[in-house]
Write a protein that binds this ligand. Structure first.
Ligand SMILES: *Cc1c(COP(=O)(O)O)cnc(C)c1O
Length: 443
């Protein structure tokens, strides 16, 4: 079979003498034999560390443990591993123990914005639901690094029920994002139960799953998982490829199974110093994604979580990468570059500037080639006074129910009917929720 090679065969034998070669493709075997210490890593790869290095590595592992699937390990170039993007994403470095004052355990305030167990409710209409505390691999750049090394566990039905109940009684939630840990580390039947329960909620329109499984353990995407997912619609899946070398034949197969099942696929890459902070690597990655029917969704600036300082780039690197993509390649191969605001402000998109100047009837723009151009605005535009009374408007929204009746956020400053001139962000809904539901407490 094309997606096996001798290196993998050799590794399988070293890991598990009794291993029938076929086990390589068994996701439970992969999980069971995940590499969890430096000693095994050395034995399997023939890479050797000096004693001093080993002491520092073992200290690091005590704080931030290792877990590398044999499959992901096999993607490392053992002969030239030091700058290997696969190695850097899965193998610890003592730099993780360097703490900076700007770093936080929970920079995104996911725990503060938690109105019910396993739920983070930050945005008006969607919630994050942490359904698993297990990952196939521990990414060194994990934003939830504070939790890596906590005991691996799958929350019990009773716990998840409280999250489901919160969504049930919160009618503005139309989108739930299953995250973790990795939701695909749950067994098919358990995931099926969660999806079934969620589907019973009438106001829930879509379900999303955030997973790194296609990258680190593609064999988890079994035919039976696909069959189960197919019976729930619409489910969207977002994965996290960070480097073109992660797009192996096995990964492609996992993606094509999902795409063939009609599951829309997206990718959320993380900008990582030494791994993918290069416009050429990024363009290659984006092209490989769209070739495999995955739409690049976000490119994340690396969060201010503890132990990630060696992975962080200046924001300018992200802008440079986006500059190299927009106009230079297919529009849908360009992700939105975002900074997830510390303190729970959510994702903030950052772009190169294309609007250079403007007057009352003209804007000056530049394109990707550096051509400076103008767009003449209409002289005769009649603005429609908007008081959000959609029933009497000449524009025909004509929906059964008016969805948003008042404007919020910056949209409120732009509205005609609202007299607000400044925004004083003290009555934000998400702060309200924090008061109503102190972190982690269910009603
Ligand atoms: C990222 C995120 C979401 C989803 O955001 P989208 O921009 O809709 O993808 C929802 N809730 C939380 C807490 C998040 O961090």
């Amino acid at each position: 079979m094309r997606y096996f090679n001798n290196k993998q065969k050799d590794l399988a034998g070293k890991i598990d003498h009794d291993s029938v070669w076929r086990n390589w493709k068994d996701w439970r075997w992969q999980k069971k034999h995940a590499i969890s210490n430096i000693r095994d890593f050395e034995r399997l790869t023939d890479i050797r560390f000096a004693d001093k290095e080993k002491i520092a590595l073992n200290q690091t592992v005590q704080k931030f443990p290792i877990s590398i699937t044999p499959y992901y390990l096999s993607l490392i170039d053992f002969k030239d591993y030091q700058n290997d993007p696969i190695f850097l994403q899965c193998f610890p470095t003592p730099s993780e123990l360097i703490m900076q004052t700007c770093e936080m355990k929970d920079p995104l305030a996911e725990e503060k914005d938690s109105p019910a167990p396993q739920i983070t409710h930050r945005y008006p209409d969607r919630v994050l639901f942490h359904v698993s505390n297990v990952c196939a691999m521990y990414c060194r750049h994990c934003t939830r690094k504070r939790k890596v090394g906590d005991e691996d566990y799958i929350p019990e039905k009773m716990t998840l029920k409280q999250g489901i109940d919160y969504i049930k009684k919160t009618p503005q939630v139309r989108d739930v994002l299953l995250s973790g840990g990795d939701p695909f580390m749950l067994g098919d039947a358990y995931l099926d139960w969660i999806l079934t329960e969620l589907e019973k909620i009438p106001h829930l329109e879509i379900i999303r799953i955030g997973t790194r499984i296609p990258v680190v353990l593609p064999f988890r995407v079994t035919d039976s998982l696909i069959e189960m997912l197919k019976s729930h619609r619409p489910v969207w899946v977002n994965t996290q490829f960070n480097h073109p070398r992660e797009m192996t034949e096995s990964a492609k197969l996992a993606l094509s199974k999902m795409a063939d099942a009609g599951i829309p696929l997206g990718n959320q890459a993380v900008l990582l110093a030494g791994v993918n902070d290069c416009p050429r690597i990024m363009k290659r990655l984006m092209h490989k994604l769209v070739q495999n029917r995955v739409r690049p969704y976000y490119l994340y600036q690396c969060d201010l979580s503890e132990g990630l300082s060696h992975f962080r780039t200046p924001v300018g690197k992200g802008i440079e990468i986006i500059e190299s993509l927009i106009g230079h390649t297919s529009g849908f191969a360009v992700p939105t570059y975002v900074i997830d605001a510390p303190g729970g402000g959510g994702k903030i998109p950052v772009m190169p500037n294309y609007l250079i100047s403007w007057s009352t009837n003209k804007v000056v723009l530049r394109n990707f080639e550096g051509v400076i151009t103008t767009y003449k605005e209409p002289d005769a535009y009649q603005p429609i006074f908007c008081d959000r009374n959609c029933e009497e408007c000449t524009l025909q929204l004509k929906l059964d129910e008016a969805e948003e009746t008042v404007a919020t956020g910056i949209a409120r400053l732009l509205s005609d009917a609202d007299e607000a001139v400044t925004l004083v962000p003290k009555d934000l809904d998400r702060f309200e929720r924090r008061n109503r539901h102190p972190a982690g407490e269910a009603e």
